[in-house]
Write a protein that binds this ligand. Structure first.
Ligand code: PLP
Length: 241
């Protein structure tokens, strides 16, 4: 990744996932983010953070914002596109926010006028209902606290599901294969390592519906279904090439 960032033309826009990378579930460590920021700074690139799962990765809004804050603390200019679909359960409201961190008030004024110039002919005014729900939650200290607690609960549930799936896979797999990547991946998704044919077997034989690149959503999995899923994964992994 660092090599690619170095090879990109100076001043490129780089799309990065702030936390809980979709589809891999693999996030850079704080040290790796720091190295990524070094190269981006050196190359005058402009980071564009796509943040769709803030709070869902670690359970903490602050912890999940730490990648973006690493860049802001260095005084870098950047874009952050935030979604509230997942962390506030507002899928159909189409609500998110774009934040642009600029180096000066003058740059901010110019960026704002460009954003308006793009938005005005494209959709003019965004729908306001979802925005009011978000403003209500974020603007009220007790609702904000409740939201944070519920997010911690959701992130904790996903971690429990990861642990159960890992335990079931490790119990059932007598080959000694290391399934610990299920535990180290972060957020809603897991890359199981199943290929296209194996993913088809999951669907056709076991009625597990997943993307053909082997990605599963752990948010859609209950503890009670982990054992069945582990059995399906083991069968597909070892019996289908
Ligand atoms: C990384 C990423 N960005 C953006 C989105 C979409 O967000 P929204 O529902 O706000 O369009 C998703 C998933 O749906 C996603 O995984």
């Amino acid at each position: 990744m660092l090599e690619d960032i170095k090879a990109a033309q100076d001043g490129s826009f780089l799309l990065l996932h702030g936390c809980a990378h979709n589809p891999t579930g693999i996030d850079p460590t704080p040290e790796q983010w720091s190295k990524i920021a070094d190269v981006i700074e050196e190359k005058n690139h402009i980071p564009f953070f796509d943040v769709a799962y803030q709070g869902f990765a670690s359970g903490s809004l602050d912890e999940d914002a730490s990648s973006v804050r690493t860049f802001v603390d260095r005084g870098l200019e950047l874009f952050v596109a935030q979604s509230y679909s997942k962390n506030l359960g507002l899928y159909s409201e189409r609500i998110g926010a774009i934040n642009v961190v600029c180096s000066s008030p003058d740059a901010a004024t110019r960026v704002k006028s460009q954003l308006k110039r793009i938005a005005r002919p494209m959709y003019s005014n965004p729908p306001v209902h979802g925005a009011r729900i978000v403003a209500n939650v974020v603007g009220d200290p007790s609702l904000f606290d409740e939201w944070k607690q519920e997010m911690e609960l959701m992130a904790g549930r996903i971690k429990n599901v990861r642990q159960r799936l890992f335990d079931n896979l490790s119990d059932k797999d007598k080959s000694g294969k290391d399934w610990s990547f299920i535990l180290t991946q972060i957020g809603m998704f897991s890359y199981t390592g199943l290929n296209n044919a194996q993913s088809n077997n999951m669907t056709n034989k076991w009625h597990v519906y997943m993307t053909k690149d082997g990605r599963i959503s752990l948010a859609g999995l209950s503890l009670a279904k982990c054992e069945y899923l582990a059995e399906a994964i083991i069968d597909s992994f070892y019996n289908v090439i």
